[in-house]
Design a protein around this ligand. Structure first.
Ligand code: PMV
Length: 322
């Protein structure tokens, strides 16, 4: 018997990475093709809340798990929120979002757990059918708490995008703004296979900015113009305009010093195969790149990306709704 379930999509940063650390805006969008899902069922009597992470092959008894265990932490925070005491429930998690690749996997799994527990609580407490057991703001805040355990001072962009399932216009220190996608568009997301901790790239940019403040501030200002144009293009239903903006943003990221030969090769391959534009996405120096494709060019671009060294390519439609 299923007591409750919840899901959340992955995300990619579309424009504005790195500049966002210096107070400029960034845009991130949900990637609904990959999802995290949590399902709550009755567990063994007296066992308390148990989490089964299918993909990790891990089973966690929440009451015995360390304080900083991310899955246990989100479950505990949610139980406290609802005034629940360790119910005998089993939460099973499945996720198709690649782990540790800048696609928001951790935040999406957390969001799915909160939603599933909220749904189960809604049934048990007799408020079934009462849709709003917990608001997106509250879910996002809980997920942010868990993200902080791992990333120190996350910007908050991940939890917002995966919880709302909408594009987010994000400026550090300001409430994130969601907005609608005027017309769906398609992205190919390719992974270089190079694991590159965001922290290191961010630290290198900081040192370069300390040396050459004026030049970097100017680069970040140019990124701002791109982000503002892109936001309008997405909201107005003119996604074709994003291609050129991606190319420009990638050139600026190269100047900022966070691209690498492997990313540049994937970007060139995507453009050569007919993508409308392409850029690195996220921290850079490895990790992912994104290319704007159409139904016609998608498979050609995906093939070219694999031939140019991508270890994984996800083709997804970016559209409203979770
Ligand atoms: O690689 P991701 O998706 O975690 O994105 C990092 C984005 C940066 O702007 C480089 C850092 C940040 O905290 O915003």
């Amino acid at each position: 018997m299923i007591l409750g379930s919840g899901r959340a999509p992955g995300k990619v940063i579309l424009f504005g990475e790195h500049a966002v650390v210096y107070g400029r805006p960034a845009l991130a969008v949900p990637v609904t093709q990959v999802q995290a899902e949590a399902v709550v069922e009755p567990g063994e009597r007296g066992a308390g809340l148990t989490i089964v992470a299918t993909d990790l092959g891990e089973t966690i008894t929440v009451r015995d798990a360390p304080a900083d265990h991310p899955l246990a932490a989100v479950a505990r925070l949610t139980l406290v929120k609802f005034g629940l005491r360790d119910p005998d429930w089993r939460v099973t998690i499945r996720s198709t979002i690649p782990i540790a690749s800048g696609m928001g996997s951790g935040a999406a799994v957390s969001a799915a757990i909160v939603r599933a527990l909220a749904a189960a609580w809604g049934q048990g407490s007799g408020v079934r059918g009462q849709e709003v057991a917990i608001s997106p703001e509250e879910i996002s805040a809980l997920v942010y708490e868990v993200e902080r355990l791992h990333h120190g001072t996350p910007s908050g962009i991940d939890n917002t995008v995966v919880v709302y399932g909408q594009p987010v216009y994000f400026v550090r220190g300001q409430p994130p703004q969601t907005f609608h996608i005027g017309r769906p568009f398609m992205l190919a997301i390719a992974d270089t296979g190079i694991h590159s901790p965001t922290k290191i790239a961010v630290g290198d940019v900081r040192r370069a900015w300390e040396r050459e403040g004026t030049r970097f501030e100017r680069l970040f200002d140019q990124v701002t113009t791109i982000v503002e144009d892109a936001r309008l293009a997405i909201a107005d239903g003119q996604p074709d305009r994003l291609g050129l903006l991606m190319n420009r943003n990638h050139a600026l990221l190269q100047e900022i010093g966070v691209s690498c030969p492997e990313l540049d090769a994937l970007v060139a391959a995507a453009r050569g195969a007919g993508a409308l534009g392409a850029k690195l996405s996220g921290g850079g120096r490895g990790g992912n790149m994104i290319a704007l494709v159409t139904a016609d060019s998608a498979s050609r671009v995906a093939k070219a990306l694999v031939a140019a060294g991508a270890v994984r390519v996800i083709v997804t439609e970016v559209a409203d709704g979770i």
